[in-house]
Design a protein around this ligand. Structure first.
Ligand SMILES: Cc1cc2nc3c(=O)[nH]c(=O)nc-3n(C[C@H](O)[C@H](O)[C@H](O)COP(=O)(O)OP(=O)(O)OC[C@H]3O[C@@H](n4cnc5c(N)ncnc54)[C@H](O)[C@@H]3O)c2cc1C
Ligand code: FES
Length: 261
């Protein structure tokens, strides 16, 4: 990433999605377009509001949902100090943005492709569906704990085949795991492509079944990050050979047989 890709841009809009004013808030953050040459679904940005004090030194990473030459849109769940302060930004506030960062999700337009999202892990799939040239080959499965309207699920289902399952009780989790197993077996049998983003236990389950059935699958990791450009080593994970690698520069997308979760 060159310095050209680190910009200060203005907030255009902050729109609550689903529930508001309670834990688990979701919102869409629309920023001025950072004048990129291009970006690919699965890549992410680091953002840091310029009015953060020294107690909030580091930016926060978010998947790019869309970026169309006039604006950059992120879909965010408020989970802690940084995200709850980002939720309070108002139009005109300034944010430092650096990106697009990391590698991208595999795209094979003619291949049946299964998108597996756990909760806010649906975010990178917004851009993926938007840019895909054959969305009829995509199927989205969302496992979620909070109400469905918190996620951009309905909007995506207008474009691709969708299935969602809520995870509230132990029986729900068993049903989700059984469904993941069936779906991954089905896509492995047709040499399809599987892309997954969600909490680590969700991705581990997908990795286990992908290995069992020999499926071609990628996971997009959401490790904690500070610099986003490979310098701080705050985000390291182990690759398939046990070597430490930075998720921000070597990932966040990894083939399931090339990463330890
Ligand atoms: C490549 C990448 C893409 C991401 N894309 C999105 C996205 O599109 N939308 C979105 O809402 N979030 C996304 N995340 C997660 C997001 O960056 C974190 O939720 C955010 O940094 C938390 O900041 P905070 O200051 O609010 O939380 P903190 O106050 O630092 O922590 C609050 C709680 O959140 C947990 N937490 C902190 N960082 C993460 C993390 N990276 N992943 C999971 N839990 C975390 C902490 O363990 C703690 O329990 C992404 C992360 C990565 C690495
Ligand atoms: S976040 Fe600093 S090395 Fe990855």
């Amino acid at each position: 990433m060159s310095l050209r890709n680190c910009r200060i841009v203005k907030v255009l809009e902050v729109s609550p999605v689903g529930q508001s004013n309670s834990a688990g808030d979701f919102f869409e953050l629309k920023l001025e377009y950072p004048d990129w040459d291009g970006w690919k679904p699965g890549q992410f940005v680091m953002i840091r509001p310029t009015n953060w004090e020294l107690d909030m030194l580091w930016g926060r990473p978010f998947s790019i949902c869309s970026a169309d030459g006039t604006s950059l849109t992120l879909f965010i769940q408020s989970v802690g100090r940084g995200t709850s302060r980002i939720a309070k930004l108002v139009p005109g506030d300034e944010v430092t943005v650096w990106g697009p960062l990391g590698n991208n999700l595999a795209v094979e337009p003619d291949t049946p492709t299964l998108l597996l999202a756990g909760g806010i892990g649906i975010a990178p799939f917004c851009g993926y569906v938007e840019q895909h040239s054959a969305p009829e080959n995509l199927k989205l499965f969302l496992a979620h704990r909070l109400p469905l309207e918190c996620y951009p699920y309905e909007a995506l289902c207008g474009k691709v085949d969708g299935q969602s399952m809520i995870d509230r009780k132990p029986e729900d989790l068993k049903a989700i795991i059984a469904t993941l197993k069936d779906l991954i077996r089905e896509y492995a049998e047709q040499d399809g492509l599987i892309l997954c983003c969600g909490p680590t236990p969700f991705m581990k389950t997908v990795q286990t079944f992908a290995n069992e059935f020999g499926a071609r699958a990628q996971v997009s990791l959401e490790n904690r990050m500070a610099c986003g450009v490979g310098a701080c080593l705050g985000c390291v994970t182990k690759d398939g050979e046990g070597h430490h690698v930075q998720v921000c520069t070597r990932g966040p997308v990894f083939w399931t047989d090339k990463v330890e979760l």
